[in-house]
Design a protein around this ligand. Structure first.
Ligand code: G16
Length: 553
């Protein structure tokens, strides 16, 4: 066998962020850069000889090259088999599904998620453990530690492997099994949701538009919506995956999914709209001229979970990331189930799901999911909403015209639980020093802010969120500054862990509104006073020179 040990030197910037290592493509193209990180993963996980690995990515620029390198390194590091998606493709939730279904030792997922792609765009890599979920912090820390002392990596010298045809081949004694990236995932969805009811809905004049944003969910959406649910062909858009996402920013929010947003807010708009991101784990839910915040989406799914066959037995518990609104907490309280508050990052939900403590999880960053896999899952959330809409339509069968719209479902939910008015303001690509300065200033102001009054708002307490994992006792500190007001409103300041350019400062704003007469208000109007307070106490404009956010969701 032609295994080479290649001498190398550490790079000092291979610390995984919120979700793996994300850098610009040219950084990954530096000699040894990808190889160093992959060897650091292999050295950390110390898989037994002959173990099976899952491998795939979102198809962005450099995906194919990286897959070839990783296959040759896996062979040289003693793996016995790799399951790799055809063409090197696996959406992030599909990869999680494959790891769990075929009980592989773990998986490597290549994606920079919602970040733009292309030769000057972003690339990323992360390791998922045997439960199908992102490696916990102790593993990512160990990978980083290994990356700082690496002196060589192992790679097989071999020809590239055929990735486009389903089938098996052998490299250096390791089996490479090229699998259909879609079928296992689509089967899993069919087992969770009432496809007959959704089929009925989508063929009853109800119109939907799913935007795959030229990213990985295109083939999944075609198989599920067009082939299995017989939706009209124009129910999906941008379903051809492109290495650079067609030059777009594959982030399903009101700013970047503007093509869909224009359709949904235009004349003759469809009844339902949705989009997913680069690697298929995020989702945005829209109704005709209506936006559902990810926090509200989680709450509605939780409140209506029993309408989906896979959740008919009910929900054990809910978890949400700290900056996500407390809308789901209200549903949990009503259902008499626990609601956990974790730091930002899907990896924090893994232990809770593995221990059977929670069924549903969600994040304000357009992530929703359940214990069917260990990643957030964009199409799953879309199907859940369609299942809810279909079930509610069936119950209104006598008067079909009275079928509930997305907006009506949301309004009815708020009328029952109250509305956690919510918005996130992002200031992207700030100079790191300025962004850190804002955070330091806020930290230093805790004492002075506590008890301070701003109009009708009084600050009750301020802190920097920390979390003790209830299952393994691990502690994560410095997870975001919380300004908590006496009426339950709050402002959270946090630096993103996924950006690749400068620093991104996120301001999360939340106010509880029990009055049903105020529920129709635009969130920016309802939150105007809190927005002013956020800018005032952070001195953001003075410290960063920015007078408005780059993205509002
Ligand atoms: C990743 C993580 C999510 C997190 C999000 C935003 O999402 O998986 O858990 O909420 O980043 O993180 P940040 O606010 O640090 O940018 P994705 O879709 O990028 O993998």
């Amino acid at each position: 066998m032609n295994i080479h040990s290649i001498p190398t030197k550490p790079f000092n910037d291979q610390k995984p962020g919120t979700s793996g290592l994300r850098k610009r493509v040219p950084a990954f193209q530096q000699p040894h850069y990808l190889e160093n990180f992959v060897q650091s993963i292999f050295d950390t996980i110390a898989a037994p000889p002959g173990a099976t690995l899952t491998l795939g990515g979102d198809g962005r620029y450099y995906n194919r090259e990286a897959i070839q390198i990783i296959l040759k390194m896996a062979a040289a590091n003693g793996f016995g088999r790799v399951l790799v998606g055809q063409g090197g493709i696996l959406s992030t939730p599909a990869a999680s599904c494959i790891i769990r279904k075929y009980q592989t030792y773990g998986g490597i997922i290549l994606s920079a998620s919602h970040n733009p792609g292309g030769p000057d765009g972003d690339f990323g890599i992360k390791y998922n453990t045997a439960n199908g979920g992102p490696a916990p912090e102790k593993v990512t820390e160990a990978i980083f530690a290994n990356s700082k002392k690496i002196s060589q990596y192992r790679i097989l010298q071999a020809l590239d492997i055929e990735l486009d045809a389903i089938g098996e081949s052998d490299i250096g004694g390791m089996q490479v099994q090229v699998i259909d990236p879609v079928v296992d995932y689509a089967d899993l969805m069919a087992s969770l949701f009432d496809f007959n009811a959704i089929h009925g809905l989508l063929n009853s004049g109800f119109r939907m538009k799913f935007d795959a944003m030229h990213a990985v969910t295109g083939p999944y959406a075609k198989e599920i919506f067009l082939n299995r649910l017989d939706a009209p062909a124009d129910s999906v858009m941008n379903v051809v995956p492109l290495e650079d996402f067609g030059g777009g920013h594959p982030d399903p929010n009101l700013t970047y999914a503007h093509e869909l947003v224009e359709i949904i807010y235009g004349d003759n708009a469809p009844d339902f709209g949705a989009a997913s991101d680069g690697d298929g784990d995020r989702n945005m839910i829209l109704g005709k001229h209506f936006f559902v915040t990810p926090s509200d989406s989680l709450a509605v799914i939780a409140a209506n979970a029993k309408l989906a066959p896979g959740y008919a037995k009910g929900v054990a518990g809910i978890a949400r990331s700290m900056p996500t609104s407390a809308a789901a907490d209200r549903v949990a309280a009503k259902l008499g189930i626990p609601c956990y508050e974790t730091p930002t990052g899907w990896k924090f939900f893994g232990n809770l799901m593995d221990a059977g403590k929670v069924t549903l999880c969600g994040e304000e960053s357009f992530g929703t999911g359940s214990d069917h896999v260990r990643e957030k899952d964009g199409l799953w959330a879309v199907l859940f909403w369609l299942n809810i809409l279909a079930a509610k339509q069936q119950s209104d069968a006598q008067q079909l015209k009275a079928r509930q719209s997305v907006e009506q479902i949301m309004m009815a939910h708020w009328a029952q639980f109250g509305r956690n008015v919510y918005s996130r303001h992002d200031y992207e690509a700030l100079p790191s020093d300025a962004a850190n300065g804002v955070m330091q200033h806020l930290h230093a102001s805790f004492n002075q802010l506590t008890g301070a009054q701003f109009g009708r708002y009084t600050i009750k307490t301020c802190d920097d969120f920390s979390y003790t994992d209830p299952i393994d006792g691990s502690v994560s500190t410095g997870q975001g500054i919380r300004i908590l007001f006496s009426d339950g409103s709050r402002i959270v300041f946090r630096l993103s862990g996924t950006g690749t350019e400068g620093a991104t400062l996120r301001i999360y704003l939340e106010a509880f509104e029990p009055d049903v007469n105020q529920h129709h208000l635009d969130a920016q109007v309802a939150l105007a006073e809190l927005i002013k307070i956020a800018l005032q106490i952070s001195e953001l404009t003075k410290r960063t020179g920015r007078d408005k956010p780059t993205v509002i969701t």
